[in-house]
Design a protein around this ligand. Structure first.
Ligand code: SAM
Length: 338
């Protein structure tokens, strides 16, 4: 490593970035009511999306700066025909540094059945599936698309795959989501998958004063169905608070979690750094500012210059979203990667 490289992605509040979230595309095949407007039609120009080679270069630089986990997200990452190439590039970047690859994917599972073999061959280990409902009409209402059968096909393919662990994330957007928790958790337990509730966040098209159930409401609903024992955190930086579920009459034992980003933010232990599909680096989901790494990549900047720009951007990571002024976000998670 050249002398003038920063050594790590430290910020002014004592946190160090080790966990890289990459949005590989802002396009999506669903229009979830809390994520994208019904008429969403303005996407990043294809020329502006980073190529697999550019993602690989940034992964390599990030790993030099201390990144130890990479998660690919979007938009819907499966819409990129070269997704397996991106996974392979990230895996190779870890191997080149003498590290075990840790590459994971967050997806809505649509189209997953045919993609799994190439993705696992490329080094994909772990998967997070976004599943808000197991009821076809509710799925159509929430996603504004009739792709429920494709979702089920994707879930079946994951069940038959070597991907492990499998985590299912559900955004608890209203009382109907809350009422479906028992069924969703049983579905996951039966497959040996972990279920995690995500508190709705005021990013995206829903009115930002929308009142969604909180982590406490979710815990109360879980407790009505299951016997829960708090788990000691395996990873102190993990955003979810987790519980063991004891075996019951109609379900095996398992693990569930709640990510209460709004009512119990995990900002003080957040180790994330983010890249958008067009190569902007954001230190936080709620960041107002970004660093344009694509411009550096495409204007002949050295690895050291890119590393410096990245480290400077991360240094400005806000202390947390509680401390940010209440102005509406300009983007949705589909742009910056959930
Ligand atoms: N298309 C992929 C998927 O569905 O998993 C990856 C991108 S999606 C933006 C990632 C995650 O962000 C999903 O679990 C989605 O439900 C979540 N998400 C999007 N907008 C959200 C919001 N306003 N509050 C909470 N979660 C949100």
């Amino acid at each position: 490593m050249a002398d003038n490289w920063p050594t790590r992605l430290a910020d002014a509040h004592g946190r160090v970035g080790t966990d890289l979230r990459i949005s590989v595309t802002d396009r999506c095949n669903l229009r979830c009511v809390y994520c994208l407007p019904a008429d969403a039609a303005t996407w990043t120009r294809r020329d502006d999306l980073l190529t697999p080679e550019e993602f690989t270069r940034l992964a390599r630089i990030g790993i030099e700066l201390g990144i130890r986990d990479i998660r690919l997200s979007g938009g819907e990452p499966l819409l990129r025909p070269d997704l397996a190439q991106i996974v392979a590039g990230c895996s190779e970047a870890f191997e080149a540094a003498g590290l075990t690859p840790h590459v994971a994917l967050t997806t809505n599972a649509i189209g997953l059945a045919s993609a799994i073999p190439a993705l696992t061959d490329a080094g994909l280990e772990r998967i997070n599936l976004s599943v808000d409902t197991l009821e076809s009409s509710r799925f159509a209402d929430l996603t504004r698309r009739s792709r429920f059968d494709d979702l089920l096909a994707g879930l079946d393919a994951v069940a038959a795959s070597p991907l492990d662990p499998v985590k299912v994330n559900t955004v608890i957007v209203d009382e109907t989501s809350l009422a479906e928790i028992g069924a969703l958790v049983r579905f996951c337990l039966a497959r040996g998958w972990q279920w995690r509730a995500i508190e709705w966040m005021p990013i995206g098209p829903m009115p930002h004063d929308h009142s969604a159930p909180t982590g406490e409401d979710i815990f109360a609903e879980l407790s009505r169905h299951f016997t829960l024992t708090p788990r000691t955190q395996d990873d102190p930086h993990a955003p979810a608070t987790t519980w063991d579920i004891a075996k019951g009459e109609d379900h095996p034992a398992g693990i569930v979690g709640i990510i209460a980003s709004m009512s119990a933010p995990f900002c003080d232990r957040c180790t994330r750094t983010r890249l958008s599909a067009d190569g902007r680096m954001y230190p936080c989901l709620f960041s107002r500012t970004h660093v344009d790494l694509k411009h550096l990549l495409r204007s002949g900047a050295s690895d050291a210059a890119i590393a410096r720009a990245w480290a400077d951007g991360q240094a400005a990571k806000p202390r947390g979203h509680r401390w940010l002024p209440e102005v509406p976000q300009a983007y949705s998670l589909s742009q910056i990667g959930g």
